[in-house]
Design a protein around this ligand. Structure first.
Ligand SMILES: NC(=O)c1ccc[n+]([C@@H]2O[C@H](COP(=O)([O-])OP(=O)(O)OC[C@H]3O[C@@H](n4cnc5c(N)ncnc54)[C@H](O)[C@@H]3O)[C@@H](O)[C@H]2O)c1
Length: 377
């Protein structure tokens, strides 16, 4: 008997950025089988892509509503169990809501919704249901990120006093200066992207990383955003001062116009006894700094790592693992939750992380628009 979890995919077609990451991640630990999808809104693209990747086309549906209607009509043991929502942002809310209401587990891309209000509604729907809900803050799946979280939790750098997270990309620099080109990008369209581009797209990863790693909650913030042109309605760069408490402060710097930068997520956390540094473009190295010893470098797969970190490593030390493995670790955690197996709550980000992410985005925009004022989270 096939014991794999039946996975459905909405969005993430062959033309998309994130689709391949989810498909590969779902296969990596042999837990899922893709049995149905709406990869694209255009039928030709949808069906041709399904054929290309050799899926049984009987459960490739023309649109989301048909997906729900046909799948819910199937007997429970045949029906898709979990659905990955990989569409542009504005579709996350209506799709995730309907999926929850129809009893599907959901793996939803970030940002969770386009407004905080929608996120709160979604959270209420989830509370009334019995479904698992994951939000793919992908970077939390890296073994060295998980190791960093455990080291901080175990007090290895003492009491945290400074949190500095930078997420710099440059790709919008090639688009933003040309008005026509700018209008072709859904991330710059408030109807599709939501209230923010840069903070919503990547600042939210940095925010989630800060709370995930430190176990602290952001209490208040002051944001200074850049839109570059008056007729560009969504931010493409931002610097955010963060207060976790009276004595723990930090900064989130995010940019999509840091010319030449690729996917430069860098994390630096300093405590009373030491510091930890990690960067996404070299994810297999975690640096531990202290005043009285040379810098130490931690790497995945070694027995000195925590159980949480080792659970996310598939190969012996020295075999580089990257973004596909990181997403696969999130899918692994979700599989355990669906099967009612024991798992650590830090194995995948949940609804609350998505809701806080939306509050962060909204308050960054509010802070900026209120003349760069301090706002509470
Ligand atoms: N976790 C991460 O690190 C990460 C990275 C990139 C993107 N994302 C998120 O993933 C989502 C998608 O981003 P992307 O860059 O892949 O976008 P994209 O524009 O490259 O791809 C979107 C896909 O959704 C499909 N689609 C659009 N409308 C649809 C509909 N009504 N029904 C079915 N399919 C539909 C499109 O055809 C396309 O295949 C966004 O929410 C984005 O924020 C997350």
């Amino acid at each position: 008997m096939n014991s794999k979890i039946k996975l459905g995919i909405i969005g993430g077609g062959g033309d998309s950025l994130i689709g391949v990451l989810h498909r590969i991640a779902s296969f990596m630990n042999d837990n899922y089988e893709i049995v149905g999808a709406v990869f694209n809104p255009v039928w030709e693209d949808n069906i041709n892509f399904a054929k290309k990747i050799d899926l049984d086309t009987s459960r490739i549906y023309p649109d989301f509503d048909t997906f729900i209607a046909k799948e819910t009509a199937l007997p429970k043991d045949k029906r898709i169990e979990v659905v990955s929502v990989l569409t542009p942002n504005f579709l996350h809310f209506p799709m995730a809501k309907k999926l929850i209401e129809n009893g599907f587990h959901v793996i939803c891309e970030k940002p969770l919704t386009t407004t905080y209000e929608e996120a709160e509604i979604l959270e209420k729907s989830l509370k009334k249901s019995n479904t698992i809900f994951a939000v793919t803050y992908t970077y939390t799946g890296y073994p060295m990120v998980r190791q960093m979280r455990e080291m901080i939790k175990n007090g290895e750098i003492g009491t945290i006093q400074k949190v500095d997270i930078q997420y710099y990309q440059g790709w919008i620099n090639t688009i933003i200066h040309d008005k026509n080109l700018r209008n072709t990008i859904w991330r710059l369209d408030p109807k599709k992207g939501g209230i923010s581009c840069c903070i919503g797209d990547i600042g939210t990863h940095a925010f989630n990383m800060a709370e995930y790693l430190t176990g602290l909650e952001v209490k208040s913030l002051l944001a200074d955003l850049n839109y570059l042109y008056e007729d560009n309605t969504l931010d493409i760069d931002g610097t955010v001062l963060i207060r976790y408490s009276e004595n723990v402060k930090g900064v989130i710097r995010a940019s999509q116009i840091a010319t030449g930068e690729e996917n430069g997520l860098q994390v630096k956390i300093y405590g009373t006894k030491g510091g930890l540094k990690w960067e996404q473009e070299n994810p297999n190295f975690l640096y531990l700094l202290s005043e009285d010893k040379p810098m130490q470098v931690y790497k995945p797969g070694h027995s000195y790592n925590s159980e949480l970190s080792l659970n996310g490593t598939k190969l012996p030390p020295g075999h580089p693992e990257g973004i596909f493995d990181s997403m696969a670790n999130i899918y692994l955690g979700v599989a355990k939750a669906i099967r009612n197996e024991p798992y650590d709550s830090s194995e995948f980000p949940v609804m609350n992380d998505g809701v806080r992410g939306m509050k962060f985005i909204e308050q960054c925009v509010n802070s900026h628009k209120n003349g760069n004022s301090w706002v509470q989270l």
